[in-house]
Design a protein around this ligand. Structure first.
Ligand SMILES: *Cc1c(COP(=O)(O)O)cnc(C)c1O
Length: 391
């Protein structure tokens, strides 16, 4: 008997894993006993604030939570989200119809195209970017048009360069500001143009807002939904993961136009069974209680950013300080590619970074550094670069 396991085309044709070679090099260096500073990971290094953990500890004991939760999330969780949007963005949301809980925003983003993409339809996706938008579109049988994010355009897509025939075939446009990996934020003017574009071609705007609270200067990032007309055309994905160091807890939400939110809900009722209620209670605690912990987090990332940027400038690297997110997007020096510069930093200085081309072709010529190690380690990284990397 010869049983063969054959993958479906949708996973056979996934793009190759671009970081495989670097991972292998990292393992080799680690095996030699060299102390590696890992600036590659997009996962906060600090624990969830203790008041949120305490709430979870209490709630987990309550048998009322030991059952299937509701698909859309507890009403009180959705009310907390609505309050957060009102206080932070002055956006009014109906918790009954315009908000749905997610098992982390990645879950919602990954399922979203199933609600709106028929085979052959297009999604417009910005690149460099989070890979989930494009892959989930393809999983749904759709085609992807990549809109490049270029430094000369402040890492905003140039809407006028999107071909008319693509725009006509597009159903969804994924954008993400503050942006991973470039650290760029979007202004009101861009969002207004995006809404015009959406209305002209009847395209749903799906805005990934995971980093709106991780701003480092006075300029607070916008919610897409605070722009006039956004509620007609869009949905926003948000998450507690980055704001409260809760990546492992798996809770987020989507909010916006009720028909769009309801369609995502319809997909989800056929796939998952909601978020454990004790986690929702902890999330409510996070959103409703004092936001001092988020202030502290912003201060920590700002200090880390400043240490890194001043160090890199000293050694002659051309770096723009990100206004938000915990990523620094760095142009590699003349004569290097993303890959060769990442390899240089790893082999000469024991520093792991992410080659920018892994996020899309327009990421070529950049590396991404995540500010997810403490100041001491960042200073050490800067010293190592100064000593061992000749530019
Ligand atoms: C981290 C991140 C998310 C959040 O993912 P969760 O599933 O909510 O943990 C979403 N989008 C981007 C671009 C991210 O970097």
């Amino acid at each position: 008997m010869n049983f063969t396991v054959e993958w479906a085309d949708r996973i056979k044709t996934l793009p190759p894993y671009l970081f495989a070679k670097l991972d292998q090099m990292k393992d080799e260096i680690r095996r030699k006993g060299i102390d590696i500073i890992d600036l590659g990971v997009g996962d906060p290094d600090m624990p969830t604030p203790s008041h949120i953990i305490k709430k979870m500890q209490q709630e987990v004991e309550n048998p009322i939570h030991h059952k299937y939760p509701s698909y859309v999330g507890m009403l009180k969780f959705r009310e907390s989200v609505a309050n957060f949007y009102r206080k932070r963005f002055n956006v009014k949301l109906d918790p009954e119809t315009e908000i749905i809980s997610l098992i982390g925003s990645k879950e919602g983003i990954a399922h979203f195209p199933l609600a709106f993409i028929n085979p052959g339809d297009y999604a417009i996706v910005t690149e460099p970017g989070y890979p989930v938008y494009a892959i989930s579109t393809r999983f749904a049988g759709g085609e992807v048009y990549f809109a490049p994010l270029l430094e000369k355009n402040n890492f905003l897509p140039d809407l006028s360069s999107i071909p008319e025939d693509i725009a006509k075939k597009a159903k969804v446009f994924f954008v993400n500001y503050p942006n991973n990996p470039t650290g760029a934020i979007a202004n009101k003017d861009f969002f207004e143009q995006l809404i015009d574009f959406a209305k002209r071609y009847n395209i749903i705007i799906a805005h990934d807002a995971a980093y709106t609270e991780l701003y480092m200067d006075d300029e607070k990032p916008l919610s897409f939904l605070e722009i006039d007309g956004a509620m007609e055309v869009g949905i926003e994905f948000h998450s507690l993961s980055k704001t409260y160091n809760m990546t492992g807890w798996r809770i987020g939400w989507a909010c916006g136009n009720k028909d769009i939110v309801q369609a995502l809900g319809k997909i989800k009722t056929n796939i998952d069974s909601g978020v454990f209620q004790a986690i929702q209670e902890a999330a409510i605690e996070a959103l409703d209680s004092s936001q001092d912990c988020v202030d502290e987090l912003r201060n920590i990332y700002r200090k880390r950013r400043d240490v890194l940027i001043s160090g890199l400038k000293e050694i002659g690297l051309d770096v723009n300080a990100p206004k938000a997110t915990f990523y620094v997007w760095i142009k590699v020096p003349e004569g290097y590619t993303s890959q060769s510069f990442s390899e240089l930093l790893l082999t000469k200085a024991g520093i792991v970074t992410t080659p920018g081309n892994g996020f899309g072709p327009s990421g070529e010529g950049y590396i991404r550094i995540a500010l997810t190690v403490n100041e001491e380690r960042l200073k050490e990284a800067v010293e190592r670069i100064k000593t061992h990397v000749k530019l």
